[in-house]
Design a protein around this ligand. Sequence first.
Ligand SMILES: [Zn+2]
Ligand SMILES: [Zn+2]
Length: 148
Amino acid sequence: MKPALLINQVVQKVRAEGGRMTAQRRVILEALVAHPGHPTADEIFASVRRVDPSINLSTVYRTLRWLEENGFVAPRWFEDDHRRERFDPLTGTHTSGEHFHFRCRVCNRIIEFDEPLLAEVCAAFEQRSGARVESAALVLYGVCARCR
Ligand SMILES: [Zn+2]
Ligand SMILES: [Zn+2]
């Protein structure tokens, strides 16, 4: 899915629910989508300030929480990152949020991947334990192909 489509999706959902897509929310959403991947709130803030200097960091946080509550963004944490929260726009095949991450410890690049086997792991666990799995997170760490 193209970034513009994600933005249209958000606008449509907000309108359908009688909410408001403010200019500031739109600028923040555009900065998130334009980022090469998984920015922190500070990184989003740095790029929105260039477009609209009146936006402050708490507006960025509030907008990110609002996007999260509406299922358009997922928070991510990577352990070699001092537990800084990063934001992942849920686009294209990733709309369910069920995708996973590889983090390169040299260049810090994050590579996304799908792993259907994980659904089997969850199903097997549910059978054994009687529990119901609601979400899954998997992060692999190593050295990416470029850095090797
Ligand atoms: Zn991701
Ligand atoms: Zn790398």
